[in-house]
Design a protein around this ligand. Structure first.
Ligand SMILES: Nc1ncnc2c1ncn2[C@@H]1O[C@H](COP(=O)(O)OP(=O)(O)O)[C@@H](O)[C@H]1O
Ligand SMILES: [Mg+2]
Length: 473
């Protein structure tokens, strides 16, 4: 599942257990870690269980031994003890008098040797606690719990109960745990191995799907698992990313092919003019040829500039190269000066106040030029450039009285390489990149642009957010 490390891996790293662990599959690591934690937890709980069990069983034994001892003491104090005590519950009793002689005992109990010697008796009485005693010297197999109680006239009552049963039950419980715990761990390890394998399966198929995606294949998507889990959201997120990459790739391809297409006709035209001129040098008007070639060269250079502007906008991904205060008033004045000797009238309707926005003066100048170029090209008699403030926005409008653009096409013309013009105006126009540059530049400035009907003609409206802190800088 996991690739072997490269052959060059240092021997020091290979030897380290952490390195070994990291090279194992995720499935193995999860299973091993879960099983190890469970094994520790089970071992600890088994240990606690056995301890608590034996403690409580010992307490039970001790209690019954003391109960019996107290009953016998009451009888001894009242001098009502028969010489031979009955033994209904298996508790051995010895009653020892002040001289250390055994005066009474249960049936079958040693009548000569006390279970506890004089010192042990005294300490047991003081401690009020039963203690362990090996029963074999007294003919009893296994350990005993022995309790001692003081009675009147210096007598001592000793009660003993066999510990054997407790030992047996604790040992049985221990055996069950000792065998059951490993079985439980093995079962859990198997289950976790299977569950982790099942969980990782969609990831493996994601990986396979990703490996199958090649640069050329179109519309490839990763397999999305049915379960609505983390892998599902990973797969959908990756697919969204693939879709975006594919779209960007598609746009790039389209741009390249459109650009190549646009380059072809001026180049063909230059080539044709030069070929004709060279084939028939006599009677050739070289000046006309040069002018024709120059015109085509201008088209080519305009196209190259537009493509470069778009490439820069794409590169920056909607951000501005410069953020500086731009005086729109001055920008419009400079922008319209170029059209001073144009047959089409250019008027400015600029109020007195200064209108400043934040951005790149060069880029905004290009926006204005593109719009005025379009308007001048289509206008019948006049073009009006207007600048005003509306709320927190500066509104820049370029209005002409030409044919306008039908409602249905007013969004479409913002697309790259989209031209609606007839063959006549195409000669003057560009490659259909002007409005695309306008829109992307305005968006990078946080504004918007749309086309409206000027009845007759077209009005391009650019809205830019006003500079907030114009007083500061
Ligand atoms: N003022 C206008 N009046 C009429 N049509 C226009 C006007 N401005 C733009 N258009 C149309 O929108 C198209 C796209 O404009 P643009 O992106 O600037 O490209 P280009 O100027 O290179 O043709 C133009 O080809 C033209 O058909
Ligand atoms: Mg244009």
């Amino acid at each position: 599942m996991v690739a072997e490390p490269a052959a060059g891996t240092g021997s020091a790293r290979r030897a380290s257990p952490m390195g070994w662990w990291r090279r194992q599959s995720l499935r193995f690591r999860v299973t091993a870690a879960a099983s190890a934690v469970l094994a520790l937890a089970l071992a600890a709980s088994a240990w606690v269980l056995v301890g608590v069990l034996s403690q409580s069983l010992i307490a039970t034994i001790d209690e019954s031994a003391y109960q019996r001892a107290h009953r016998v003491r009451a009888d001894a104090d009242a001098d009502r003890l028969p010489p031979e005590l009955s033994n209904p519950d298996g508790t051995l009793i010895q009653v020892i008098d002040a001289t250390g002689r055994i005066t009474h005992a249960t049936v079958g109990t040693d009548r000569l040797v006390p279970l506890l010697g004089p010192q042990a008796r005294q300490s047991a009485i003081r401690a009020r606690e039963a203690r362990f005693l090996d029963g074999r010297p007294y003919g009893i197999p296994g350990p005993l719990r022995v309790a001692a109680v003081a009675a009147d006239r210096g007598q001592v009552v000793i009660a003993a109960r066999s510990f054997d049963e407790v030992g047996k039950s604790v040992a049985a419980a221990g055996r069950v745990l000792f065998l059951g715990t490993p079985i439980l761990i093995v079962l859990l390890a198997g289950a976790s191995w299977m569950i982790v394998g099942r969980t990782l399966r969609p990831i493996a198929s994601l990986r396979r799907g990703a490996a199958e995606i090649t640069g050329t294949a179109r519309s490839r998507r990763l397999p999305v698992p049915e379960a609505r889990d983390e892998v599902h959201s990973l797969a959908t997120t990756l697919n969204d990313m693939l879709a975006r990459l594919e779209a960007a790739d598609g746009r790039q391809r389209a741009l390249v092919s459109d650009a190549a297409h646009e380059l072809r006709s001026p180049l063909a035209s230059i080539r044709l003019q030069l070929e004709v001129a060279l084939d028939h040098p006599e009677g050739q008007e070289w000046r006309d040829t040069a002018e024709g070639v120059l015109e085509d060269a201008m088209r080519l250079s305009r196209l190259a500039e537009d493509l470069l502007a778009l490439a820069r906008l794409d590169e920056r991904g909607g951000a501005l190269a410069r953020r500086e205060p731009v005086d729109l008033d001055a920008l419009v004045r400079q922008g319209t000066e170029r059209y001073a000797d144009n047959p089409v009238l250019v008027r400015r309707a600029v109020p007195d106040e200064q209108i400043t926005v934040t951005g790149d003066a060069l880029d905004l100048g290009r926006v204005l030029t593109n719009l005025i170029d379009n308007a001048v090209r289509h206008a019948a008699s006049a073009v009006v450039v207007e600048l005003r403030v509306s709320g927190s926005e500066a509104l820049l409008t370029v209005t002409d009285d030409g044919p306008g653009i039908p409602e249905a096409d007013r969004e479409r013309v913002f697309d790259r390489f989209t031209r609606l013009d007839s063959a006549r105006s195409r000669d003057e126009g560009g490659a259909g990149l002007g409005l695309a540059i306008v829109r992307e530049t305005v968006r990078a400035h946080g504004g918007g642009v749309h086309l409206a009907d000027a009845g007759p003609g077209l009005r391009a409206v650019v809205a830019l957010p006003l500079r907030q802190d114009s007083s500061i800088k």
